[in-house]
Ligand binder design. Structure first.
Ligand SMILES: *Cc1c(COP(=O)(O)O)cnc(C)c1O
Length: 399
């Protein structure tokens, strides 16, 4: 079937929760995708910061193929070697002591919310249940994570929301301090707001957040679902900010495109989750954890973090050159390969035109073009992206 036929069938059978672009990808390799008509696209969205190793990385593919022939699923009633190895790898490279596995970012945040509440009540008393999060944050689409998310557009239609979330302005330590009450048990933040438009707070903010948490016995949860696994040029974004959380959640890029989520925690907190307290049928099954082991090991072995820093600097530099040519680009900001170009005009037309010219990018918060290419991107691919983007921007406003 060609793309048009697939889109007609989708129109008939798929629930329309997404405003999908008219693109039907059927094959991917590195930074490129091909649609059902054989047209090629340069992918600077990477499945929304999922395909950090590009599409179909040979080491991830090999791990999936091998594991699929040995054992796909067996349940968490039993011990799973690949899951154990992955937990060790993630703990060795982070502040954390233990891992819980699930299947998505929202679920990882659900686990964090549940653990924060259980631990705090046991340790500090039954009145503690409130979690403070940031305005413009994004934590997922389940009821608890929608309640945690600081965006009205995600929450509307679903009242009543889960009780016990307070939203404060991001990058504003005073606002956070004023929101703390005897009911507060935790603070949950993205180190960089991704869906919020690539918003990067100051290191001073995070030092102050940590201080507020320590003074009030609050658990600090970092949602690194988008920023984790090398996206910022370090394995985890918190490493940039000279601050250590108590719980961290990961998902998107963790298994090279296979669906996975994890919550990592310090020992003292992790102990609060005993048998029967939480679970997930598929969570960390042999297939996805084999893929994740391959993905994380590849990032660590193949110099991908250093490459991400280099390519991030190059892409940021190229975007800043465009900013000099086009007055409607008001700011270019990013760390590693999570980069936003803020516009004074809506970005959706630019994204649509890019698709027509074989380039996949995305817009967050209506006015921020978001670039989250595979971390394996090369200079020549960045040059190709910039050429296409410049052509489109020239149509918006002649240089
Ligand atoms: C994508 C994202 C989520 C939700 O992840 P899902 O896998 O879609 O549930 C949560 N938090 C952040 C920061 C994200 O970017």
């Amino acid at each position: 079937m060609n793309s048009k036929q697939w889109i007609e069938k989708a129109d008939k059978y798929i629930i329309k929760t997404y405003g999908r672009y008219p693109l039907v990808p059927v094959k991917g390799e590195g930074c490129y995708l091909w649609d059902a008509d054989g047209k090629r696209y340069l992918d600077f969205l990477a499945g929304v910061a999922v395909n950090n190793l590009g599409h179909c990385h040979p080491r991830v593919v090999a791990a999936l193929q091998k594991q699929a022939g040995e054992l796909i699923h067996c349940s968490n009633f039993y011990h799973i070697p690949q899951q154990i190895e992955l937990a060790e790898l993630l703990c060795t490279h982070s502040f954390a002591d233990r891992a819980f596995f699930c299947n998505s970012g929202a679920e990882a945040n659900e686990a964090a919310i549940k653990l924060a509440r259980k631990y705090s009540r046991e340790k500090f008393g039954p009145e503690r249940f409130e979690i403070i999060t940031a305005i413009s944050s994004f934590h997922g689409r389940t009821m608890a994570t929608v309640s945690a998310t600081g965006q009205e557009k995600v929450q509307r239609f679903f009242d009543p929301l889960l009780h016990g979330f307070k939203h404060v302005p991001f990058n504003d330590a005073d606002a956070l301090r004023s929101a703390v009450s005897p009911l507060t048990c935790a603070v949950m933040l993205e180190p960089i707001q991704g869906e919020g438009g690539v918003v990067i707070p100051s290191a001073e903010y995070f030092r102050e957040v940590r201080r507020i948490c320590d003074e009030n016995n609050l658990i600090l949860i970092f949602d690194e679902v988008q920023t984790g696994i090398g996206r910022t040029g370090k394995l985890f974004a918190y490493e940039h900010f000279d601050v250590t959380p108590d719980i961290m959640t990961l998902a998107k890029a963790l298994a090279g495109g296979a669906p996975i989520g994890t919550m990592l925690a310090r020992e003292e907190l992790a102990e609060s989750f005993g048998p029967g307290t939480h679970g997930s049928t598929f969570g960390g099954n042999p297939l996805v954890t084999a893929a994740a082991l391959a993905a994380v090991q590849t990032i660590l072995d193949e110099g991908i973090l250093a490459h991400t820093v280099k390519m991030g600097d190059y892409l940021t530099g190229q975007l800043k050159i465009l900013q000099e040519k086009f007055a409607f680009i008001t700011e270019v900001r990013g760390i590693g390969l999570i980069i936003g170009a803020e516009l004074s005009i809506p970005g959706s037309e630019i994204v649509k035109k890019a698709l027509g010219k074989g380039l996949l990018i995305n817009v967050a918060q209506d006015r921020v073009l978001r670039f989250v290419p595979p971390l394996i991107v090369q200079e020549q691919e960045i040059d190709e992206m910039i050429r296409i983007l410049e052509t489109i921007l020239s149509e918006v406003q002649p240089a």
